[in-house]
Design a protein around this ligand. Structure first.
Ligand code: GLU
Length: 440
């Protein structure tokens, strides 16, 4: 059976790093198995869903290189939910309920006051036809609940958490449809997972109790449930659920000039027993991807770690992959010279200024000025002008180490540190190099 996974964001906001991680892992799960990865837009909530968020989700996934093999939208599938609802109604698995929010809150308060879990008491389930008719005659439109089967424990073999077990009597019969006819998340998702042939549902552990309910929905609709896996949540560096992570998304990564490969490399491994490494090659990341390496402890997201991964990824990037983002005139040799100094690609333009100039040199001592004047004279342009220059100056002046190299670097670049001078000097060029040395 072909593995089919799905990523099901609600277009009520931008993707954040937690969503991105779920999308990535679903994509990887499908890729690794040679299967299909579907994007499902969960837009049943017409009021909160916005079209520009749908576009942003597509754009962000494309930027990350997480390419769906197909896309579905829940708003275009209402007929399926309606049909499933009618069937479940016919078999008595959904029932109308008439309590107001206030009544439900009161029930919960009383239960909590008695030290009981706030589970819905199923009062509406046992209403007689007459009682229902009376409610409707009062003009109360019902909302609808799915009747959990209390007979048997719900169990599944969770891809991350191992054997999971729920007592259905400890869960409330979930509301699946509001009085205005609109859908809540629970049933449409199960209907779609069946209809789309989803074989593996991988999502955050905040969905574990939803899974228990949905497993009963699959069964009630006559389908075998898919495999389920729930990954531990993503927390901030300090180990707590962080508000900031909830709004950290592709825009802020792009602003910081973080490479999508760095995000992917980090999120692929975070929370697993494998080390986070700057692996830009997706095939290599896929090779080690395995749900059995996922831990149950929260995965810690650390911005500094992302920056470190980013630097290491930038240091591996080919010219062809970045050429369009480099300053005018910066060629392959220049990229290779400058690349090791970069944490982010956009820093290339500052370093490129060392080549194009103008640069500002520090004040030199008289002694160094004489040394640099001598350098301007002996500069010879051959295969490796830096090596030739420093060898010759070493011999003629007896200078070595810092005294030999630093004034030259400062005069040629205006900086105390920077790219390898052997690579940089040819880029500066003979005339300009001589002029810089002579003007020191
Ligand atoms: N739209 C749901 C969410 O964003 C999807 C959950 C699921 O993967 O089933 O939480």
């Amino acid at each position: 059976m072909t593995t089919i996974t799905r990523f099901a964001p609600s277009p009520t906001g931008r993707l954040h790093v937690g969503n991105i991680r779920t999308a990535l892992h679903n994509w990887m799960l499908a890729q690794k198995a040679g299967g299909r990865f579907m994007l499902r837009i969960d837009d049943t909530d017409a009021e909160r869903s916005e079209e520009h968020f749908v576009d942003a989700i597509r754009t962000d996934l494309a930027w990350l290189g997480i390419t769906p093999d197909g896309e579905e939208r829940q708003s275009a599938r209402m007929h399926l939910y309606e049909a499933a609802f009618e069937k479940l109604k016919a078999t008595g698995r959904v029932y109308p309920a008439y309590e107001t929010q206030r009544e439900l809150e009161l029930k919960r308060k009383i239960q909590l006051g008695r030290g009981l879990p706030p589970i819905y008491d199923r009062a509406a389930k046992s209403l007689t036809e007459e009682e229902r008719a009376a409610k409707e005659a009062e003009g109360i439109a019902p909302h609808w609940r799915f009747a959990l089967d209390h007979e048997e424990a719900i169990t599944w073999d969770d891809g991350v958490r191992g054997t999971a077990k729920f007592d259905p009597a400890q869960l409330s019969d979930p509301v699946i449809r509001r009085a205005d006819g609109s859908w809540l998340y629970m049933l449409p998702s199960a209907v779609d997972d069946i209809d789309m042939g989803v074989t593996d549902v991988l999502r955050g552990e905040d969905h574990v109790s939803n899974t228990a309910v949905q497993i009963q929905m699959f069964t009630a609709m006559g389908s075998a449930p898919p495999r389920f896996a729930h990954e531990a949540l993503l927390v901030g560096k300090e180990g707590k659920l962080s508000k900031r992570l909830g709004s950290l998304g592709c825009d802020s990564f792009r602003e910081r000039d973080i490479e999508p490969q760095a995000i992917v490399a980090m999120l692929a491994r975070l929370g697993t027993s494998l080390p986070v490494e700057p692996i830009a090659d997706r095939a290599a990341l896929l090779e080690t991807f395995d749900l059995s390496t996922f831990g149950r402890a929260p995965a810690r997201f650390d911005d500094d770690e992302l920056d470190r991964v980013n630097s290491a990824i930038v240091h591996q990037m080919d010219y062809a992959g970045v050429a369009g983002r480099l300053p005018e005139g910066m060629d392959e040799a220049a990229w290779h010279a400058i690349r090791p100094n970069l944490s982010h690609v956009n820093e290339a333009s500052q370093w490129w200024l060392l080549v194009t100039g103008p640069i500002s040199q520090p004040e030199f001592s008289d002694e160094d000025r004489a040394y640099l004047a001598q350098a301007a004279e002996v500069l010879e342009w051959g295969e490796d002008p830096w090596r030739a220059l420093t060898n010759s100056l070493k011999e003629s002046t007896g200078r070595k180490g810092k005294a030999l190299f630093l004034p030259l670097r400062q005069a040629l670049t205006g900086m105390d540190h920077g790219p390898d001078m052997g690579e940089l000097l040819p880029l500066i060029g003979e005339q300009e190099a001589r002029a810089r040395l002579a003007s020191a």
